[in-house]
Ligand binder design. Structure first.
Ligand SMILES: [Mg+2]
Length: 126
């Protein structure tokens, strides 16, 4: 019996990253939405239930840290696990991400198996 598929929101301004992630996750049976900037990401997160948000740090206008702050302040989004998706590899960012309540930290570039493994690990531990 198939379980109800989980919904994932990808927020990233790089369209090739978004479509790659979307393809990978849809092949695994997840339902995927995306936003290309933080504002739209927040808007989308309020329109329906998401089980996980993959959030880029380097976004135009509003960066990932600001987005996660807004998500944490809203009753509807405050408990959604957020995994940071970023090209930044500096250790201080990793520490900051964990302090801000990010559940994981995925460094770009990544291989499909890594995304699948990390997403599954997060969603199965919920
Ligand atoms: Mg970016």
């Amino acid at each position: 019996m198939e379980s109800k598929s989980k919904h994932i929101l990808i927020v990233d301004d790089e369209e090739d990253i978004v479509s790659l992630c979307k393809d990978i996750l849809e092949m695994e049976g997840y339902e995927v939405d995306f936003a290309l900037n933080g504002k739209d990401g927040i808007k989308k997160s309020l329109t329906k239930h998401f089980d996980l948000i993959l959030l880029d740090i380097m976004l135009p206008e509003m960066d990932g840290w600001e987005v996660i702050e807004v998500l944490r302040l809203n009753e509807k989004t405050k408990d959604i696990p957020v995994a940071m998706l970023t090209a930044k590899t500096e250790f201080k960012n990793k520490v900051l991400g964990i302090q801000q309540g990010a559940i994981d930290y995925i460094t770009k570039p990544f291989i499909p198996e890594e995304i699948i493994y990390r997403v599954k690990r997060i969603l199965e531990n919920e």
